[in-house]
Design a protein around this ligand. Structure first.
Ligand SMILES: [Fe+2]
Ligand SMILES: [Fe+2]
Length: 169
């Protein structure tokens, strides 16, 4: 089914983007904020498992990956780099912004897949707990004060745009 393929493709590309965000942030954190490096490593490890989950599904179903996957990679790395250079608070505001947007989409996907594809539904459900824990950690550790509001909304818009674009490509 075309719509199921689209969902799997977007999630696959999104997890690739997430890996790149955390990789860039970890690079900077290892230099300047060593205290949060372990947490970022843990999140990065989750995203690698998520990516593998969708990558395996794409392979087993012979679904091509998203044409925008390198846009996700470069965009994710750039976003991770910039937020990390602003500071550790920006890292967590960014995490909260992305994951809350992602969770919103996962909810929609789960509702749709429940009716149409139990294997894909199980895959999306398997990542939801991790994304929720990332979102909560970001929310609790990133003060979304006045100065950080623009970061929150810009990252949200960028995430929405990337998701929208990837459903087209
Ligand atoms: Fe993920
Ligand atoms: Fe995540």
């Amino acid at each position: 089914m075309k719509e199921v393929e689209r969902v799997l493709r977007v999630d696959h590309a999104g997890e690739y983007g997430a890996i790149n965000i955390y990789t860039a942030q970890l690079l900077i954190a290892r230099l300047f904020y060593k205290d949060i490096a372990a947490k970022l490593e843990e999140m990065l490890a989750h995203e690698k498992v998520h990516f593998r989950t969708f990558n395996n599904l794409l392979i087993s179903r012979s679904i091509r990956s998203c044409y925008a996957i390198y846009f996700w990679a470069v965009g994710g790395f750039t976003l991770g780099l910039f937020t990390a250079l602003i500071g550790r608070n920006a890292i967590w505001v960014c995490t909260n912004s992305i994951e809350s947007t992602v969770l919103h989409h996962l909810e929609w996907q789960l509702g749709f897949l429940q009716e149409h594809d139990s294997e894909a539904h199980a895959a999306v459900l398997s990542i939801k707990g991790d994304e929720k824990s990332h979102q909560e950690f970001g929310q609790n550790n990133g003060k979304n004060s006045f100065a950080y509001k623009p970061i929150f909304y810009v990252v949200r818009l960028a995430t929405e745009f990337a998701i929208w674009l990837s459903t087209k490509l």
